[in-house]
Design a protein. Structure first.
Lengths: 77, 413
């Protein structure tokens, strides 16, 4: 049937299968659905935040950084 | 209760579906060729050998009849004998038969493609199973791997399909191009031969109106893999475009696939200045990213390094660790921005930044490396300004925003 011969056989591990397939992109149960337009607004666009720069320095890290700079003789505003 | 009380009923259902030469019926029939469908667990459909049995159910179509018998043998190998190597070689036989007798011989029809796709998918899954078994009792890698055998076989089918040029688009076998490209994408990802995909990707790019004929399932899958490849090739704009498409068009009830898309989309988006919201990470159980996002937003390099270390295993397994490490560069930018804003003005001694770096637990950066990091950020237009090497100073623009929002910088890397 083929050129492959195996000398010993081990029972395959079926429990291993599910776990290993975890990384694989799954087959879709259906093949067709409606495509979403590019400028169609929906909640999934709002899951990304563009204005995240901490301008007011309110984070704990910012406050401590400010103290640290001052402590080292750098003049903070 | 099964819909197939005996082997005859299975054959007659197939007969009914195949005889209509209809794509939708073939879609239904495809599950009857799957090794995971309900029917595959019925003992009387797991046939060790037909031998010379003459009295048996048959399909009128001889080729489909032969493939069905082979399929039932695969079911025996998989579910009874646990012999994935034989299952794999039998599945290869089925696909080769399909190629030789159907793809290459039946002109101007393509209704059978859903069945073909199922056969290819199972071949791919069996390659993995066979690979797993044989790596357990490995005797060297002299023979071609199961994945490679499968890839070669699928490539032959691909060639047969693309050469179907004279047929009108709705009945052309070229419609199988995208599904086959996806099958090969999955395999080549596994065996690290992504370069072999180049001509296939180009063919899809240039396929014109045919693209509209492909199924949404295949389009989303294709964009997922294309995006991942683009990420590895450091083509971030293409990665963002493809993964974004895959994420938006992946149906909501396919949560695990949406989550898989996000694992790659998140690092790409972050690098381009779009941070995932807490809500998104929570909804998709991607809490591993939480600390990384917070650290990057805060310019806190020490926290970033710790966050990467904490979930190192997950990030490496997903293949995004190196991509996430690149986020250090924008974290430097945010830290420098903070320092400039805290001190005010437009001219800064470089030692101020060294002080901030050591506060952020970055202890391996000296002034030379600092200048190098800054020079890169300036080249990438993430800082508007220049370094005065002679005076050991950074001078930033007064006229325009010296640290433009990352999301506003279109040209990445």
């Amino acid at each position: 049937m083929s050129a492959i011969t195996i000398t010993k056989k081990e029972p395959a591990k079926t429990d291993k299968k599910k776990e290993a397939d975890d990384e694989e992109f799954e087959e879709f149960p259906v093949q067709e659905w409606t495509e979403r337009g590019q400028d169609m607004d929906d909640e999934e666009v709002n899951v990304w935040e563009d204005n995240w720069d901490d301008e007011t320095h309110e984070s704990e890290f910012s406050k401590q950084l400010k103290e640290e700079l001052a402590k080292n003789g750098h003049k903070v505003q | 209760m099964t819909r197939f009380p005996d082997i005859d009923s299975y054959f007659s259902e197939l007969q009914r579906l195949i005889n209509s030469y209809d794509w939708n019926r073939a879609q239904t029939a495809s599950s009857l060729f799957s090794m995971e469908d309900d029917h595959s667990y019925l003992p009387y459909l797991q046939v060790e050998s037909y031998g010379s049995r003459t009295r048996r159910s048959r399909l009128n179509d001889e080729v489909f009849d032969e493939m069905t018998c082979l399929h039932l043998h695969v079911l025996y190998c998989v579910h009874v004998a646990n012999d994935f190597v034989s299952a794999h070689s039998t599945q290869i036989q089925i696909v080769q038969l399909f190629n030789k007798e159907i793809l290459q011989k039946r002109k101007e029809e393509n209704w059978f493609m859903p069945i073909f796709y199922q056969l290819c998918t199972d071949l791919r899954i069996l390659s993995k199973e066979a690979e797993d078994v044989s790596s357990q009792n490995d005797d060297g890698e002299a023979m071609t791997s199961f994945y490679e055998q499968a890839a070669n076989c699928l490539m032959e089918c691909y060639r047969a399909c693309v050469s179907d040029v004279r047929t009108e688009i709705h009945s052309s076998k070229k419609v199988a191009m995208l599904n086959l490209t996806n099958q090969l994408f999955r395999i080549y990802f596994k065996i690290n031969k992504l370069n072999l995909l180049k001509p296939l990707i180009r063919a899809i790019e240039n396929c014109g109106p045919l693209y509209q004929e492909f199924s949404m399932a295949d389009k989303v899958t294709y964009n997922y893999y294309l995006g991942r490849k683009a990420m590895f090739d450091a083509d971030l704009p293409l990665a963002e475009k493809s993964l974004n498409y895959a994420f938006r068009n992946c149906p909501r009830d396919c949560m695990s696939n949406k989550r898989r898309v996000l694992i790659y989309l998140i690092p790409v988006k972050m690098f381009l200045g779009h941070m995932p919201t807490h809500r998104l990470l929570h909804d998709y159980k991607l809490d591993e990213f939480e600390e990384v996002v917070e650290a990057v937003k805060d310019g806190n390099l020490g926290r970033l390094d710790r966050a990467l270390e904490q979930h190192e295993k997950f990030f490496i397994k997903s293949g995004i660790f190196l991509m996430l490490e690149k986020l250090r560069s924008i974290t430097f930018r945010t830290l420098f921005k903070k320092v400039c804003s805290l001190l005010g003005g437009s001219i800064f001694l470089l030692e101020v930044f060294l002080c901030a770096l050591s506060f952020a637990q970055v202890n391996d950066v000296d002034v030379c490396e600092l200048e190098c990091i800054m020079a890169n950020l300036i080249a990438e237009k993430k800082i508007k300004g220049y370094i005065s090497h002679q005076h050991g100073k950074l001078v930033i623009s007064k006229k325009q925003e010296a640290f433009p929002a990352l999301s506003s910088i279109s040209a990445a890397i």
